[in-house]
Every structure is written in structure tokens, then in C-alpha cells.
Write a protein that binds this ligand. Structure first.
Ligand code: DQA
Length: 149
């Protein structure tokens, strides 16, 4: 039997505050509730999923470096670092597997400073603006791509 697909979900600064953080923009689900949804879908699809969140850019970068050759995909919500961090982008660029960028909100419909993502150009693709479903759509996309390959 083929090895299980291994997905790492990386969440950046302030996403630990979901649920109470600007619910009109980010929805009412906590990050833990989103993790549960993703875990349920991953398990159903036969994938293994690990999940992390950090407010520290260094921890995010260390985690991505350590994921090389261990995970097949990273699903990343870089949060505010999406728009500012060359270092986070560079870490994702050296990752050995695929990268899917996700955002809860539609960053292109918000303030100008959110319109630029330093990550999109090095990602396989981006899923933006579907709330918590951005994450589950990303997992389902991996499943569909697996079927096609
Ligand atoms: C976000 C969008 C970013 O602009 C913001 O800084 C976040 C969350 C999103 O998921 O919509 O923290 O990445």
C-alpha cells in the first residue's frame, strides 16, 4: 500500500485568537475547532495531518525547515507575516513538498497592505476568502490531485 499523504498545517501570528478575534472578518470558529474539522477530513481521506500555530516567526521557520522530507504538503496561513516576511517565504520555498496558501478572509478585498502576499508566488496555489473552509478546501484539493497523479 502507498504511504499515507502527510500534511503539515502551519498557522501564523494571532490565529490562536480566532473565535474572539474580529469575528466579523474571521468567523466565530476557534483555531482548535478548525483543526478538528481538518483532522476529521484528513482521517477520512487516509491522510496524516499535523497542526501548529506560533506567534513567533523564528518558530514558524524552524518548523518548516524541519518538515523537509517529512511531509508531502504544507498548508500555510502566514497571517500578518504573509504580507511582510521574506524569511517565511524563503523557508516555504526551500520546502521539499507542495505548498498551499490559505486565508480565512479575502485579503484582496481588504486594506491595500493586505493585497500583496509574498507567499503566493512560491506556492502551488492559494485558497482565499472561504473562512474555515479555505483549510478544508485545501485538504480536498490535495486528495483530488492525488487521484489525478
Ligand atoms: C489572514 C489575513 C491576514 O491579512 C491577517 O493578518 C491575518 C489572517 C486570514 O486568514 O484572513 O492574521 O491570514
Amino acid at each position: 500500500m502507498a504511504d499515507k499523504v502527510k500534511i503539515l498545517v502551519v498557522n501564523g501570528p494571532n490565529l490562536n485568537m480566532l473565535g474572539s478575534r474580529e469575528p466579523e472578518t474571521y468567523g466565530v470558529l476557534t483555531l482548535d475547532a478548525i483543526r478538528e474539522k481538518c483532522l476529521a477530513i484528513s482521517t477520512k481521506l487516509g491522510f496524516t495531518m499535523e497542526w501548529m500555530q506560533s506567534n513567533s516567526e523564528a518558530i514558524l521557520i524552524d518548523t518548516i525547515q524541519a518538515a523537509c522530507n517529512k511531509f508531502d504538503w504544507i498548508i500555510v496561513n502566514g497571517a500578518g507575516l504573509t504580507h511582510t516576511s521574506v524569511a517565511l517565504r524563503d523557508a516555504l520555498a526551500l520546502f521539499t513538498g507542495g505548498v498551499i496558501e490559505v486565508h480565512l478572509s479575502n485579503i484582496h478585498a481588504r486594506e491595500n497592505f493586505r493585497h500583496t502576499s509574498l507567499i503566493t508566488a512560491i506556492a502551488n496555489g492559494a485558497i482565499i476568502g472561504f473562512g474555515a473552509s479555505s483549510y478544508t478546501i485545501a485538504i480536498n484539493a490535495i486528495a483530488e490531485m492525488q487521484e489525478e497523479s
